[in-house]
Write a protein that binds this ligand. Sequence first.
Ligand SMILES: Cc1cc2nc3c(=O)[nH]c(=O)nc-3n(C[C@H](O)[C@H](O)[C@H](O)COP(=O)(O)OP(=O)(O)OC[C@H]3O[C@@H](n4cnc5c(N)ncnc54)[C@H](O)[C@@H]3O)c2cc1C
Length: 408
Amino acid sequence: MAEFTMELNDDQKQVRDWIHGFAADVIRPAAAEWDEREETPWPVIQEAAKVGIYSLDFYAQQFFDPTGLGVPMAMEELFWGDAGIALSIVGTGLAAIGVLANGTEEQIGTWIPQMYGTPDDVKVAAFCSSEPDAGSDVGAMRTRAVYDQAKDEWVLNGTKTWATNGGIANVHIVVAVVDAELGTKGHASFIVPPGTPGLSQGQKFKKHGIRASHTAEVVLEDVRVPGSCLLGGKDKLDERLARAREKAAAGGERVKNAAMATFEASRPAVGAMAVGTARAAYEVALDYAKTRTQFGRPIIDNQGVAFQLADMRTQIDAARLLVWRASWMAVAGKPFTSAEGSMSKLYASEVAKKVTAQAVQILGGNGYTREYPVERMHRDSAIYTIFEGTSEIQRLVIARTLAEMPIR
Ligand SMILES: Cc1cc2nc3c(=O)[nH]c(=O)nc-3n(C[C@H](O)[C@H](O)[C@H](O)COP(=O)(O)OP(=O)(O)OC[C@H]3O[C@@H](n4cnc5c(N)ncnc54)[C@H](O)[C@@H]3O)c2cc1C
């Protein structure tokens, strides 16, 4: 039996240091500029592609790390560099994972390379689920996918919103309703290939934070995609729908565990992003507190400042441990009987908001200006309690899981 250890192995340390180097040398110096420009940092993505950080291989290697720590470690380091740029780099991975997890071999081989492009001609991908009236309540989704049997094509109509890379993506993954009677069980995902007529970008949002990451509406008007673009294929969908109909006819499924394994496995990655931003702000605050002198001594000599830093560091470490536990559980196939993935995302995202606010406070007037990065980090941190399920939704999932109650 393997010995219990909390230490990263040598390979992991090497990868972590490599990503950290890229975050420190390439991402961090570019952060303020792309935050101000509010544009996708294509040159930085290209740099990441050249060194191998923007690629499916990189993502897959971290994903298949048998300890589960590959993905959280990579996320923490990239988001330590800058959240907006890091999201521009990993946004494609979030769409690619959907294809990797549910697609056929042919779909994986055809579409994932087109999501990334090449280092000389980088592309991005988008995952479009949220809609104006269906955010937390995914069951309220209205985008429809209708099968045209004669042509073996699916026809998509609807409006998606808040899609990271929406409209600028080479490949869009779109979730749509195929059987409205079945609620979320009647949803399916579709690959929309580059240049498909009928897909257009709606409003591009001007945001509070992560401004280097492109967020926009995606409008779908009679978008026709070949039958081969249904993720997983038609047979699998038909089987899944038949099972769902049977269960619905039998009066529904008895819920033993409200936490959904896929979300429990993906949410720790968002928790790790939050840990990265929190750690970045903490480090700036610690350094500042040691060097800023008031009343003839460094401000860290005041217990009021030092205790804040002690709490910040403690909470960041606690958040990381929750993230690592959930990430390990996902690869070890442990059931999330207490929604441990949601727990890690909830705690880490709340810690990031709190710690970055404390960092602004510790830097005083400087913390409030764009001369120092904590102002940006504080704005960026607000996203973590919103996307991939708000904090309230995480609490709802945890509570319902503990109570063995259905989520909806
Ligand atoms: C920058 C950014 C990037 C995003 N990227 C993507 C993306 O790439 N793809 C994608 O599909 N989506 C994306 N999203 C959408 C994101 O996942 C949603 O914003 C999120 O799920 C919340 O939905 P909502 O904004 O509609 O809020 P709502 O669901 O309207 O919630 C509003 C408030 O009500 C609370 N609330 C709602 N229901 C309950 C309840 N039952 N109990 C208690 N409180 C409740 C919420 O917690 C929240 O505080 C992104 C969003 C942003 C801002």
